[in-house]
Design a protein around this ligand. Structure first.
Ligand SMILES: Cc1cc2nc3c(=O)[nH]c(=O)nc-3n(C[C@H](O)[C@H](O)[C@H](O)COP(=O)(O)O)c2cc1C
Length: 199
């Protein structure tokens, strides 16, 4: 199903990719059930990762659970104005060091891939995801007792779209605006001649 948010693509894409977008108007009556919660986490679990290290970790809290207001309270003011209407908030952390303290250089990259997989699964379930970098990561680490090997990366709001949700400006206008991207040629790198490397 296409909507005003469907991506305008150079060639047809799978509808799950073309149709995914990040709303702010969430249906506050929707409850995320156990089956959908498990499906979302399974999608993340099966993402690829460097050396299959699987460095992603998720603290899942649904709207009626005690950790929900605690996590919502760590969002920036702008995000706090709408994200608590979502059915669940997920604190996503990356295990950026292994058990011996050695850095895991691809942990953030891998964790982003896991959230991407979760987002596409959400679309397949008729749900929406909005990722949020705007939160107090230090407070999240402290308040949720994360161990030192974990780096809080993002909070993910998950829920069902409410197209009639009332949002403050400028968020209401953004909700209706078409999605935009850089043109494809702007993303392509071309080899630059840099001379010979020193031996
Ligand atoms: C890592 C990350 C952090 C983000 N942080 C925020 C945020 O704090 N607040 C917000 O409203 N949107 C946030 N977004 C959503 C982006 O603004 C959104 O994905 C982008 O504008 C593209 O829109 P689309 O997802 O609808 O295609 C974030 C997205 C990502 C991936």
């Amino acid at each position: 199903m296409t909507s005003h948010k469907t991506a305008h693509t150079a060639v047809p894409l799978h509808p799950l990719l073309a149709g995914r977008w990040s709303p702010r108007g969430f249906d506050r009556s929707h409850q995320l059930d156990d089956a959908d919660t498990t499906a979302l986490l399974e999608a993340a679990r099966w993402a690829p990762s460097a050396n299959n290290t699987q460095p992603w970790r998720f603290l899942v809290t649904r709207r009626d659970e005690p950790d929900f207001p605690a996590l919502a309270g760590l969002l920036t003011e702008g995000n706090r104005s709408w994200a608590p209407q979502a059915s669940a908030l997920v604190l996503v952390a990356a295990q950026t060091a292994d058990e011996t303290g050695r850095p895991r250089p691809w942990a953030l990259y891998d964790t982003g891939q896991a959230v991407a997989a979760l987002s596409v699964q959400a679309e397949a379930l008729g749900l929406h995801v909005h990722q949020l970098g705007g939160f107090d990561a230090d407070a999240a680490r402290h308040d949720f007792g994360l161990t030192d090997d974990l780096t809080p990366v993002v909070v993910v709001a998950i829920g069902r779209l409410d197209p009639d949700a009332v949002l403050p400006e400028p968020l209401a206008a953004r909700e209706l605006a078409p999605r935009t991207r850089e043109p494809l040629p702007a993303l392509l790198l071309h080899r630059r001649r840099t001379g010979s490397r020193a031996a």
